[in-house]
Design a protein around this ligand. Structure first.
Ligand SMILES: Nc1nc2c(ncn2[C@@H]2O[C@H](COP(=O)(O)OP(=O)(O)OP(=O)(O)O)[C@@H](O)[C@H]2O)c(=O)[nH]1
Ligand SMILES: [Mg+2]
Length: 326
């Protein structure tokens, strides 16, 4: 069976040839793996790429922990969101204020060089935010495009005291060069195909400063049709509760709770699913064998009568409680 590889694959392969360090090679190989279509004709190639990645990862195991941590950050919690923006816009301050992490915050640009993850709490779930280096440095850190493509969504931070429209335009141009599309901007290859489209939210930071309110109005008017736009002060703590809610809404996820017959559900430990997911999807996320084994479920919520029986294609709603029967 022919592999039928798309043209982007060969572009990524070129990246591999140009890569010097093992870390750069891993990033290129992972990109090739992500682009490669999954079917019988590519089984062999995909296995070979995975072998190469494993070998390089082992070799770099001796490198310092921080160096490796910067490359790929494992997703934790309900979603992984990268915080991006120009130097000095307050990305590190934001991550430090609303998560348990404490990246360095400083009054000069280009403070951050590594990626730092932290967990943000929203009601009964945790969402992972990643502080990243500024997008203005040329070239951007080699691992950053890959990290942004892996993330579930982007928080675009602009400094409201310093021409925010220009900052956002620069950030969008940088994303386009990474072939990442957001909002109405669809990042495509020469054939106009979209490669990676990300959910995004625009944050105007430093609303506590002079001129910030005026600049925020301009920013909000320009982008409100395409994105949620919000004003905050990461340092003074203004607007953060609204920000958390908007982040949750942007993700378009639902929380579903499981219970055993005759017992109460555990509301502290929801299953996180994309909106539109079915009972079958929920079962599969509890255990991989459950998708096949599931017979039916009883459900509370969904505007249904309490405890009514539903089938595997039933579409779940935020807050539903389900009792799975195998
Ligand atoms: N007035 C005000 N200052 C802020 C706010 N948030 C951050 N700052 C200040 O802005 C400066 C830069 O903050 P950082 O969080 O280090 O900015 P950054 O975007 O991470 O910068 P790089 O790592 O260089 O990209 C620091 O002096 C912060 O104290 C805010 O809401 N209001
Ligand atoms: Mg920083």
């Amino acid at each position: 069976m022919p592999a039928n590889l798309p043209p982007q694959y060969f572009e990524a392969e070129k990246g591999l040839r140009l890569a010097k360090s093992p870390a750069e090679k891993i990033v290129a190989l992972e990109e090739m793996l992500a682009i490669m279509p999954k079917h019988k004709g590519t089984d062999h190639l995909r296995a070979e790429l995975r072998r190469k990645i494993a070998k390089l990862t082992q070799a770099s195991e001796k490198k310092s922990a921080t160096q490796r941590a910067s490359m790929v950050i494992e997703k934790e919690g309900a979603a992984q969101i990268a915080v991006i923006g120009m130097p000095n816009s307050g990305k590190s301050q934001l991550v430090s204020t609303i998560t348990n992490a404490s990246p360095t915050v400083a009054g000069y640009p280009f403070t951050t060089h590594a990626a730092t993850p932290g967990m943000m709490e929203f009601e009964n779930i945790k969402i992972q935010l990643i502080d990243t280096p500024p997008l203005a440095s040329q070239p951007v850190e080699f691992w950053l495009p890959h990290m942004l493509r892996r993330a579930d969504a982007l928080l675009v931070v602009a400094d409201l005291s310093d021409a925010p429209l220009a900052q956002v335009e620069t950030i969008f141009a940088q994303l386009e060069s990474m072939r990442i599309g957001i909002g109405e901007r669809k990042a495509g290859d020469e054939q106009g195909r979209v490669l990676t489209q990300k959910k995004a939210l625009i944050i105007g930071n430093k609303i506590d400063l002079d001129n910030a309110a005026e600049n925020y109005t301009t920013l909000h008017n320009k982008y409100k049709e395409q994105f949620p736009v919000i004003a905050i002060s990461a340092r003074e703590g203004a607007g953060l509760e609204e920000l958390k809610l908007k982040i949750y809404q942007m993700l378009d996820i639902i929380r579903v709770y499981t219970k055993a017959p005759g017992q109460k559900p555990d509301f502290a430990d929801p299953i996180i699913l994309d909106r539109g997911s079915t009972l079958e999807d929920a079962a599969a996320s509890v255990h991989k064998d459950f998708r096949a084994k599931l017979k039916y479920a009883r459900i509370w919520g969904s505007g249904k009568h309490d405890g009514v029986m539903v089938k595997r294609d039933h579409i779940l709603q935020d807050g539903d409680v389900i009792e799975l029967h195998m």
